[in-house]
Design a protein around this ligand. Structure first.
Ligand code: GN1
Length: 449
């Protein structure tokens, strides 16, 4: 979540030899004009990974929250930095704020049956499972969770959001009942994907793109209600990356008519782009994302909710939006908060997971990674959708893609692994299967392996 300049500082500090550490640190203080006489505070949390204990021990002079999800830690920092305005900087404060908002939202859906309140959750054997168990009592059975992969098995092993998204199949260790809503967290609970299997046992994935569509559609409908919040708050944007399925982008732009922005991969790029709008929903296809409301939008909503002259429909919409704001962790993508938001929206819209899935149909797509000797030879532009080097690569991709309908492909160096990632989509799965192989072997593999 840090800016590029601070990423550079972190890299310098991590690479500094012991004897240089102080001078590097002093250089950063000078560059950033930081007053050394002011006290500093470090926020520390840990998850269930085996490295966590050692790492957190190393920084115990800071504030230690013990076991928390990554987004809970972000939440706590924000509460502290806003002097409690965002919420109480404790885990109980987090549960209280989110769950109360969820319960207020579901009060508007009196006919919800126990079946509709039921959700199967795969905790990926990580911290999210522990925290969900802890939170359950605050939900007062308005959400009835069957939790699997609670932490006894190996973290993310054949389960979790990444496994489900990449393998396009249900996680092991989860009893998936045909037609029922299920979701998977990832190991530190900052990503979520939904899915179900149909009566023919076919698997249907609802990834970050489907989640962004559901949330932005709901918000737009709320703003457009007759007598709703009106045009002035309609500045809704959806921020995606190049990995967003082309169908989702087409649906959002052509049917929903919301602003769509594409940024580089990595949640900090999406988060920062999203901050430019009144209301924005950002999600990576892999399920990492949240909703941001600008201060001006929040203030406008508060005024409408409190103004005695606001008519009933507008007031109801404004109050609903206040609860939506409170159920959302605006600091970073948060599986627990996203789950509550999605469940509340499905309940309010009276929508089944199948109806949600039917909003648009994904274009078939493929992703693969290629090991090359130096992935930095590939340089990209246009939010990583076009390669500017090496020469010839983009031309070869363009030539392959031109042969198919709704086809798109790109190649980019990973920011987290020593690989090149290749993505392709086209109107049939057979064709996408051809695309990466047509593009990659001549352009990347032969030249640079
Ligand atoms: C295609 C893909 O899933 N890329 C992931 C992955 O980034 P790469 O730069 O592609 O390695 O790790 C990032 C950090 O977890 C995550 O934000 C991103 O979505």
């Amino acid at each position: 979540m840090v800016t590029l300049a601070w990423e550079g500082y972190a890299t310098r500090l991590a690479n500094a030899e012991q004897q240089e550490l102080l001078s590097v640190l002093e250089d950063i203080l000078e560059k950033e004009d930081i007053d050394k006489s002011q006290g500093a505070l470090v926020f520390v949390g840990k998850d269930t990974r085996s490295s966590s204990e050692r790492l957190s021990q190393a920084v115990l002079d800071g504030w230690h929250y013990g076991l928390v999800t990554t987004p809970q830690l972000h939440y706590m920092v924000c509460c502290h930095n806003t002097h409690g305005q965002y919420g109480e900087a404790t885990v109980e404060g987090y549960y209280g704020k989110l769950c109360q908002a969820f319960i207020e939202l579901t009060k508007n859906t009196p006919n919800r049956t126990d079946d509709q309140k039921h959700l199967t959750v795969d905790g990926a054997n990580g911290i999210g499972a522990l925290k969900l168990r802890e939170m359950e009592r605050h939900l007062k059975r308005e959400l009835q969770i069957s939790l699997f992969n609670e932490g006894h098995g190996k973290l993310n092993h054949q389960c979790g959001a990444d496994f489900v998204k990449v393998q396009q199949k249900p996680p092991t260790g989860v009893k998936v009942q045909s037609g029922e809503r299920c979701c998977s967290f990832d190991g530190d609970a900052d990503r979520i994907v939904y899915y179900y299997t149909d009566s023919e046992d076919r698997f249907h994935l609802l990834d970050g793109d489907k989640i962004a569509t559901l949330i932005s559609t709901f918000l737009k409908e709320l703003f457009l209600l007759p007598g709703g919040l009106g045009q002035r708050l309609i500045n809704i944007a959806v921020v995606q990356t190049a990995y967003a399925n082309g169908s989702s982008t087409r649906y959002l732009e052509d049917t929903m008519k919301v602003i769509v922005r594409c940024t580089k991969t990595g949640v900090k790029h999406l988060h920062h782009a999203a901050q430019e709008f009144d209301t924005s929903v950002y999600f990576e296809a892999n399920g990492h994302g949240t909703v941001l409301f600008s201060r001006a939008a929040e203030e406008k909503i508060r005024q409408l909710a409190e103004d005695v002259n606001t008519d009933d429909t507008r007031k109801r919409a404004a109050i609903l939006l206040q609860h939506i704001i409170n159920v959302t962790n605006q600091t970073v993508g948060d599986a627990i908060s996203d789950m509550l938001l999605i469940e509340a929206i499905l309940a309010l819209k009276g929508m089944t997971v199948q109806q949600w899935d039917a909003i648009y149909t994904d274009v078939p797509n493929r992703q693969l990674k290629v090991k090359v000797s130096d992935r930095r030879v590939i340089d990209t532009t246009d939010a990583e959708r076009r390669a500017v080097s090496p020469a010839g690569l983009q031309d070869a991709i363009d030539a392959s893609v031109a042969k198919y309908r709704h086809a798109r492909a790109f190649v980019r160096p990973s920011g987290t692994e020593d690989v090149v990632r290749v993505y392709a989509e086209a109107d049939t799965q057979v064709r996408t299967a051809c695309l990466p192989f047509r593009c990659v072997p001549p352009c990347v593999q032969t030249l640079y392996l």
